[in-house]
Ligand binder design. Sequence first.
Ligand code: ADP
Ligand code: ADP
Length: 225
Amino acid sequence: APVIEVDGVSKRYDARTTVQALRDVSLTVADGEFVCLVGPSGCGKTTLFRLVAGLESPTDGEIFVSGARVTGPGIDRGMVFQEYNLFPWKTVEGNVRFGLDRPACECSDCTSRVEELVDLVGLTGFEDAHPKDLSGGMKQRVAVARALAVDPEILLMDEPFGSIDAQTRDRLQHELLDIWQRTGKTVLFVTHEIEEAVTLADRIVVFGRNPGHVVTTIDVDMERP
Ligand code: ADP
Ligand code: ADP
């Protein structure tokens, strides 16, 4: 069974207009797959991301994650956004810890889980730093660690490298693929750059210029680096 199932989903933000951010979109994502949503600005990528995340509800249709209908955010879905969304007053360690089910718990299991995550994203030694002292790339590594803290089934990423310079982005893409291979997560990744999608995805879901619907999907058949 697919891990993500989007079934005939439409989304209208404003009931007074006929403008649809999504029009009858259906797609499935299999366990462990890395799927990129690609398309021009305004085509509905972020809307689909937010619906799968449970941050918005569909106007029509249904979304299932691991067979359960999405009715709101849940710990089965880790999220990473373009603008990091870290807590500026918390340290790296505090931000990652916040992703845990019980962030206040200081037991040795929780503490070693945080250490393991900081290590996974290559930030060992920076546990006590605050976001303002970190580069963009490092901040996004913290966000990835926080999103993975409860070992979610799915990692949802909305243009996570969109604010990061090209060279660092290249490195982060390869780090993400490495994490994906090591953790076996199912990833749904939004980008407006086809080159990024080709680098990362098993399958690319392409939205059209005429907003709201999927035009095609592309299987990316290549050897991974
Ligand atoms: P993308 O992520 O591909 O740029 P979005 O999903 O953000 O596209 O937007 C799809 C359409 O929905 C656009 O026409 C956008 O203006 C509209 N839209 C997005 N968010 C909202 C919102 N919160 N309220 C009203 N309209 C919105
Ligand atoms: P940016 O996104 O601003 O380009 P990077 O992620 O490339 O930032 O990091 C900028 C600098 O921060 C690096 O050149 C390096 O010196 C330092 N840095 C980043 N990650 C680490 C790390 N895991 N360990 C030590 N230093 C790091």
